[in-house]
Write a protein that binds this ligand. Sequence first.
Ligand SMILES: C[S@@+](CC[C@H](N)C(=O)[O-])C[C@H]1O[C@@H](n2cnc3c(N)ncnc32)[C@H](O)[C@@H]1O
Length: 201
Amino acid sequence: MRAIPYMHPTIYNLYLLALHGKSLEKRYRFISGEIGGGQRVFEPGCGTGILADYLYKSCDYVGWDMNPAFVTYLKRKGYNAEMHDIFDFENYPENDVCVIVDVLHHIVPKEQILIENALKTTKKLIVVEPYEAFSFPLPYRIRKYYDSFLGDNDGINPYDNRVNWAYSPEELKKYFTSLGAHKIAEIGKDIMAVFHPDKCE
Ligand SMILES: C[S@@+](CC[C@H](N)C(=O)[O-])C[C@H]1O[C@@H](n2cnc3c(N)ncnc32)[C@H](O)[C@@H]1O
């Protein structure tokens, strides 16, 4: 069972727009600008693949997700998408840029494992995450109920893990810096981190 936004691609896209407003377009433009043209782009946890629409036409795109409705939607739009677990690092496609958007707060406590392995398989890693995924000042039971039907319940990762994603903007910036990020930016409620694995120690 998934929350309603994860049942249908159009509802998911509207849900994101409601959450981010004008910052939504800004963040994908920022990512596309960081990528540039002529790159092989891999997006683990691609969702509905909004990023693909913002890429330079000269880029190749492949997205992985375990939500069948999202993968089918992307394929119908003519994009290269596969039903695949993002932790299957051995089978990551060759790529120049790996982009991970809004995925880390879903996969707590394995977010660092994903970053460390993505860094081994790409030339550039771009990570985008909200610093406050669960900020409602409501009792636990109500938040969990809301999450299961209307929130971030992707049908893959349990709420009791996801609820532990809680940072201030400065804490999240520090976390990404501690993992080796070379550039940090803030757009709306998102922190954007750019890693150059070849320049990591
Ligand atoms: C919030 S969405 C982000 C989608 C997209 N990156 C974007 O910019 O909108 C998180 C996605 O991660 C996917 N996901 C979570 N755990 C996964 C896993 N282990 N393997 C593949 N996909 C996963 C979910 O199905 C969901 O589509």
